[in-house]
Design a protein around this ligand. Structure first.
Ligand code: SF4
Ligand code: SF4
Length: 210
């Protein structure tokens, strides 16, 4: 098992251990805290299904050569793991753990199965990635769609970019307070993201432990 797989497994286990100890009230509050983000994700799904399904099917899905998923070690934020776990069934999480325990040939993402991505709510980096070819084709035909996409990218920042209090930072803080640490907690460990927080007055300069 390589370091990436271990980090992913550890994060999944942390989240499970945390959730199992929550009261019904605490769990409901956590679910509510991600509800707006899930609405946003549904809107992005709708946009992509409506405008990119054809080109992605034609270019990649039929040939099973999706450039989007052809790389091992995709970045996953701790917040991605938490959100996915809140939505996924136990069976779905078992499937994630099972593939992470196997070795990967390195030519595709470990989470890509014959029926697509194994995540229930895929990582935000994956969700918002569009290759230039697809963007040029779709946005070249209808330029207002480019503006719609820009709006969705702005909204993504409202959940993930810590120049203000954001969900992904809150989720990491919640688990750190409970004594869990993960290398996937980039909003508490990435020098670049810490600088963003520092500039916004949300971080006092003490380097987070990894
Ligand atoms: S965004 Fe580009 S690389 Fe990804 S599935 Fe669509 S066409 Fe393929
Ligand atoms: S996590 Fe899912 S969407 Fe992202 S690269 Fe892997 S298989 Fe593709």
């Amino acid at each position: 098992m390589n370091a990436y797989h271990k980090e992913q497994i550890d994060a999944l286990r942390f989240v499970d251990r945390y959730l199992v100890n929550l009261s019904t009230f605490e769990r409901r509050a956590l679910d509510e805290s991600v509800a707006e983000y899930l609405d946003f994700r549904h809107e992005v799904d709708f946009f992509l299904n409506r405008y990119f399904c054809e080109i992605c099917s034609h270019t990649c899905y039929r040939s099973r050569l999706s450039a989007c998923c052809s790389r091992e070690g995709i970045i996953t934020f701790f917040g991605d793991v938490v959100v996915n776990r809140l939505v996924a069934t136990d069976d779905k999480v078992d499937k994630l753990l099972a593939v992470l325990r196997k070795s990967n040939d390195g030519f595709k993402c470990v989470y890509l199965s014959s029926s697509g991505c194994l995540w229930s709510v895929k990582p935000i980096v994956c969700q918002m990635y569009l290759c230039d070819r697809a963007k040029n084709k779709v946005f070249g035909q209808d330029s207002w769609l480019k503006d719609e996409w820009k709006l969705l990218e702005q909204r993504r920042k409202g959940f993930t970019w810590p120049d203000r209090p954001v969900l992904f930072d809150d989720l990491e803080s919640r688990f750190l307070k409970a004594g869990f640490q993960s290398p996937l907690m980039y909003l508490h460990s990435s020098p670049g993201l810490l600088r963003v927080k520092q500039k916004a007055g949300l971080y006092q300069g003490k380097r987070a432990k990894r």
